[in-house]
Design a protein around this ligand. Sequence first.
Ligand SMILES: NC(=O)c1ccc[n+]([C@@H]2O[C@H](COP(=O)([O-])OP(=O)(O)OC[C@H]3O[C@@H](n4cnc5c(N)ncnc54)[C@H](O)[C@@H]3O)[C@@H](O)[C@H]2O)c1
Length: 256
Amino acid sequence: MGRLENNNVIVTGGARGIGRAVCELFAREGAAVAVTDIVDDEGQDLVETIKDAGGNAAFWHLDTSSEENVEQALSEVSDRLGGINTLVNNAGISGTNKPTHQIETEEWDKVIQVNVKGVFLCTKHAVPYMQKDKGGSIINLSSIYGLVGAPDLPAYHASKGAVRLMTKTDALLYAGDNIRVNSIHPGYIWTPLVAELAEASGQGVDDFRRQLDDKHPIGHVGEPDDIAYGALYLASDESKFVTGSELVIDGGYTAQ
Ligand SMILES: NC(=O)c1ccc[n+]([C@@H]2O[C@H](COP(=O)([O-])OP(=O)(O)OC[C@H]3O[C@@H](n4cnc5c(N)ncnc54)[C@H](O)[C@@H]3O)[C@@H](O)[C@H]2O)c1
């Protein structure tokens, strides 16, 4: 308890999956948490759950692909919480799962808009608040798909590879401001995003899950908390010498 006392955190895509686990864990560790998402009802419900457990949280509607929305929401979060210390760029979509030659340009653009432009916009508008506070931590959700290839999700791979290098560039640009920027690379984590992929696969959810389990040497896919604990380390001062790094949490997927 208390690893994030006096830490004002904003989490994008915070209502579901990994983002939700991050919001709940960070609140338990004493952070003031701005839960943001495009699914307002689920975000509000999560805030109530956190408050019922004694935590400090509030909800903002934030579509990471809209600069106007990002700028406004971050300004309100900073006013309400008294600054922004940690940004978790978590919002992301898997997008269409087709081979490259069958993807429509609009389908490609949609993935890049949320997964790449969204990280850019939130970072762009969070950095000035962190500079004002003389420090901060930015945590970008990349993926094992930002490290290695697989014969699926081409636009998603491109987006997560971009996030990996955006992280390193921003780490170098803002090291002098004491703003640390790191990426997390999860293996498959059972969340609504992966459940939707399973349903769309046509092979049955249980079969799909077993196949995913087998890809991880540890024998199963991960849980949202597995990622949230990594994010907790990167948000806290325990990682004060860590910037530009890639935290791989993947049950051994990329060790092979
Ligand atoms: N689940 C996995 O296996 C896995 C693996 C590697 C990386 N990741 C990454 O982790 C992050 C979270 O994934 P997840 O599995 O929890 O996904 P999820 O679909 O379960 O949750 C994502 C959340 O982001 C929100 N969101 C979508 N578009 C948005 C937008 N434009 N603006 C704001 N919010 C938006 C959704 O409403 C949802 O609440 C993503 O960046 C994903 O790419 C997930």
